[in-house]
Write a protein that binds this ligand. Structure first.
Ligand SMILES: Cc1ncc(COP(=O)(O)O)c(C=O)c1O
Length: 392
């Protein structure tokens, strides 16, 4: 649990707090000052020395991001490739998995829009079937159904660990056991889970996992990562290769990297990479259990209080517990609630049917206001949010 001193320090180190109540942390959270400083200082070095010399001088610091990723999320630092976003990382992994007509992809009812449209494209292009594991009556993923859908032609099992539309946490390790007994690659979308709950990809048993920096990890925009284990690397030929993923060793030959850099581009923003590395260090220094525990405690409090507000319909299934809560206010469009709250200095987001069509269609939801606390929010801020919502 956070002490008063923890809260004071964290808030002092977060310049974005204090002016507004920021409750869109699953969209993009507020960076701590050390992250911003690391980027400013790197940019300054680039300004003085030029990009290449700056990079050479700070190679050690730049590689910290990979080490921290493996410390935080399991595996080795060589299992991690950096990408420009979670979707960039996910598509690189997904499109590298060969599919032939008659194969199938098993995904879930609350899959994320970008992942699902990619499945639709491959269904069209490669003649594969998409199989969707359904929800049980309590709203959670029906693992028995998922297991039944997997057969000898299943090549990909795709799961979003925490849905961005309602904070349901899937049992990713149970899916790992199903995947282990199949021929499929298990591709985990951990975009909303890293930084929000403890996550270990090696323990979950996924072959590949993807996430971004800017959400619960509190890093900058423009960077994400791919975890890809040795077994998957040995079997996969990346859909695109670059001068980082392969060396041009003879006129007609190249040698593919054997570590996760086989999926990486050489050119990227080193400044952003420094910021991301700093965000990971910040999270490590705070302690994963402490940080994620505080986030979840605030979320449980907020969820409970929202449920008891008159005229508010919480749109999440009963079993949803994470720090992403969706709701509607009687007589109001979700988009108008967002705008009205913004005018009162409270930042929330809207989740629509375009983000998770299968799930929202089945539950008759077009859009919902989405609110997501982080450990740095205070009970007083939650009060302000709830009072503002009530007063609209
Ligand atoms: C579950 C999930 N996956 C993927 C993404 C995409 O992340 P990015 O925009 O960093 O590519 C999001 C973003 O909201 C998400 O919630």
């Amino acid at each position: 649990m956070f002490s008063t001193e923890d809260i004071r320090r964290v808030r002092q180190e977060t310049p974005g707090l204090g002016h507004r109540v920021h409750l869109d942390n699953c969209g993009s959270s507020l960076m701590p000052e050390p992250v911003v400083s690391a980027m400013k200082s790197y940019l300054d070095t680039e300004m003085r020395l030029g990009g290449y010399v700056a990079q050479e001088q700070q190679l050690g610091a730049l590689s910290d991001a990979y080490d921290s990723l493996s410390t935080l999320f399991g595996g080795k630092s060589t299992d991690y490739a950096l990408a420009s976003s979670a979707v960039d990382a996910w598509t690189k992994a997904f499109y590298s998995i060969p599919l032939t007509a008659g194969d199938n992809i098993v995904t879930v009812f609350n899959d994320y829009c970008s992942n699902y449209v990619a499945c639709l494209q491959r269904a069209k292009r490669d003649g594969v079937e998409i199989r969707v594991a359904r929800a049980k009556s309590d709203g959670t993923l029906d693992l028995d159904h998922l297991a039944d859908l997997v057969d000898s032609r299943t090549r990909i099992i795709s799961l979003a660990q925490i849905a961005s539309s309602d904070g349901l946490v899937a049992d990713a390790a149970a899916v790992g056991k199903i995947a282990a007994a199949s021929n499929a690659f298990y591709l985990l979308d951990a975009c909303q889970s890293v930084g929000q709950i403890p996550v270990n990809f090696a323990e979950i048993g996924c072959h590949m996992a993807t996430a971004t920096s800017r959400k619960f990890l509190r890093g900058p925009r423009g960077i994400g990562f791919l975890y890809v284990n040795a077994e998957a690397r040995a079997k996969l030929d990346p859909v695109v290769i670059t001068n980082k993923s392969a060396a041009w060793v003879a006129d007609n030959e190249y040698e593919l990297a054997t570590d996760a850099s086989m999926f990486e581009a050489w050119e990227k923003s080193c400044m952003v990479q420094m910021g991301f590395g700093q965000a990971l260090k910040y999270f490590l220094a705070m302690g994963v259990g402490k940080a994620t525990g505080q986030t979840q405690r605030l979320a449980a409090d907020l969820r409970g209080r929202l449920k008891s507000l008159r005229g508010i319909k919480v749109e999440c299934p009963e079993a949803a517990q994470a720090a992403i809560i969706t709701f509607n206010k009687e007589g109001w469009d979700a988009a108008d609630v967002r705008v009205a709250m913004a005018e009162k200095g409270v930042t929330v987001q809207v989740s629509t049917i375009f983000h998770t069509r299968l799930d929202y269609t089945a539950r008759g939801i077009q859009a919902a206001v989405r609110v997501s606390p982080h450990y740095y929010n205070t009970p007083a801020e939650l009060d302000q949010f709830l009072n503002t919502l009530e007063d609209l």
